[in-house]
Write a protein that binds this ligand. Sequence first.
Ligand SMILES: *Cc1c(COP(=O)(O)O)cnc(C)c1O
Length: 229
Amino acid sequence: MSNSSEIERRTREILAGLPRGVSLVAAAKTRSPSEVRAALAGGAQIVGHNYVQEAKTAIDALGRATATWHMIGHLQRNKAREAARIFDLIQTVDSVALARKLDAESAKIGRVLPILIEINSAREPRKAGILPEDAVEIIREMGTLQSIRVEGLMTMGPLVADPDENRPIFRQTHELFEQIASLAIDSVEMKTLSMGMSDSYRVAIEEGATMVRLGTILFGARRAAPGET
Ligand SMILES: *Cc1c(COP(=O)(O)O)cnc(C)c1O
């Protein structure tokens, strides 16, 4: 836990060190609205949440207009209705079924919802995300949906001791990103490549990330989330 002025200072410092064209998502799981407010005071403009309810609490407390709100956690299909109403962008779409549900919910409220496709780039068993070899076909299918818009890829990368071990995974995800971009699929725009967390964001940027998702390095060590040990 850190106090507000520390969070604000760290956020400012990290932002100053990011290259042009790389944006910061303040990864806010388990953080209180006042901690999120401190990151916004430090210049963060995008806030990422892992849980719909936590995002709602933060948006209610801080006001929708204070930031851009991203979903970065695993999204269950039964939460799609709410998610389509509260988030500005969903980074973790990992199936056509979920995309269809988000599309239907977005259509109901007359919006077009930007999404990123989560890639299971290391092909880890039981991990969320689309396998790299399936991405093109799945994204073509999502491109036909009128009320969502694919804007890029997101990946988590395996938990490793040395962030450099993630470099090949980040590199391959960047190659996939470029490959999909070169296909110029209708209503698919590859503009965001979201990869890299506190321990790995420098490597991710070297390998082409345009968006990094940082929690610990901004907010300090984290309390366990519900269900975590
Ligand atoms: C928690 C989280 C982050 C940030 O992780 P840190 O290591 O705390 O920077 C990034 N992305 C996702 C999806 C997360 O859940």
